[in-house]
Write a new protein. Structure first.
Length: 312
């Protein structure tokens, strides 16, 4: 059975900036990363690019910010794989090693004249507005704007990956987690490095609001993909119903001529892999798939309604 194709991240916006040429060298740097980190970097870049559009950033800053996002985790190529790929929670010592990827990435960019303009992306993408981030514990607008944007894209993709989303159904649960990170955390008020950021959350509210719009767009895109598949299924069901109608007439026919006539009609309508023995099973599979996809579309529309009501 033909299956619809749906990419969770829509990267068409990147093409409109002709970044393939601009970033050819920068992208080769990602080849040294493990596949998981490379895909994550590409996803974060895609989200970052689209966030910049909704934030009404100019084209040059959008391109710059997107390249910073591609390179944000480049320092992870020097983090031991046993730490980088550890499925369990990192120990305090391991987490200290993991955090060094920000400074490693910064140094890599500063040491390469072609990457030097994008060095702040790798360095500060784990800083948080409330001052509890790393490597320097910067507060508020001391964090470069590009890193405030990348931080939201980075956290969103990390949650999506962790929860293994294949569809935008229940994606609002992830957005609700990000909303929590825009709110001040009174528990950190006593920390010296966070004292100035006590009235701030971790994430920039304006950027998170822009993310809602990106996610709504992606959800509509998924709806269009699923709806296209629903239309395909309807056509297949209609075709098979004609086959089954011929089968019924064939069974009721009294002459061999009539029987052969309807049998030939059925054979003409068969597609690859279909035959007299399995057509009923295939018909049931198409019906089940059709009902399932219609339910998915309804749930996606409900998800959009929920997202539109979220408050930051």
């Amino acid at each position: 059975m033909f299956e619809q194709k749906f990419d969770f991240y829509d990267k068409t916006t990147l093409k409109s900036y002709n970044l393939d040429v601009t970033m050819r060298y920068q992208l080769t740097m990602l080849d040294s990363l493990d596949p998981f980190t490379r895909i994550h970097s590409e996803n974060v870049a895609s989200i970052t690019c689209r966030l910049c559009e909704y934030l009404r950033c100019d084209k040059n800053f959008t391109a710059y910010c997107t390249i910073c996002a591609y390179l944000h985790d480049i320092g992870k190529m020097f983090i031991p794989s046993k730490i980088l790929n550890k499925p369990d929670r990192l120990t305090a010592e391991e987490f200290d090693i993991m955090k060094t990827h920000t400074l490693i990435g910064y140094k890599m960019c500063m040491d390469d004249i072609r990457l030097r303009p994008y060095a702040l992306g790798p360095k500060y993408h784990h800083e948080t507005l409330d001052g509890t981030g790393y490597p320097e514990g910067l507060v508020g607008n001391l964090i470069p704007y590009e890193d405030q944007i990348i931080k939201v894209a980075d956290d969103y993709d990390a949650l999506v990956t962790k929860r293994q989303y294949k569809t935008h159904i229940h994606i609002s649960d992830t957005l609700k987690e990000l909303i929590k990170d825009t709110e001040p955390n009174v528990k950190v008020a006593a920390l010296d490095n966070a004292a100035q950021g006590v009235k701030l959350g971790k994430l920039n509210k304006k950027v998170v609001k822009a993310l809602f719009k990106v996610v709504i767009d992606d959800t509509y895109y998924e709806i269009s993909c699923v709806t296209g598949y629903v239309d395909y299924l309807k056509e297949q069901i209609k075709r098979i119903e004609q086959i089954l109608e011929y089968e019924e007439k064939m069974d009721k026919a009294h002459s061999e001529k009539k029987k052969n006539y309807y049998k030939e009609g059925m054979e003409m309508l068969f597609q690859e892999g279909e035959n007299f023995e399995n057509i009923h099973k295939i018909y049931h599979e198409y019906q089940t798939a059709h009902l399932t996809r219609k339910e998915i579309v309804n749930k996606l529309y409900e998800e959009i309604k929920i997202i539109k009501k979220l408050q930051v």
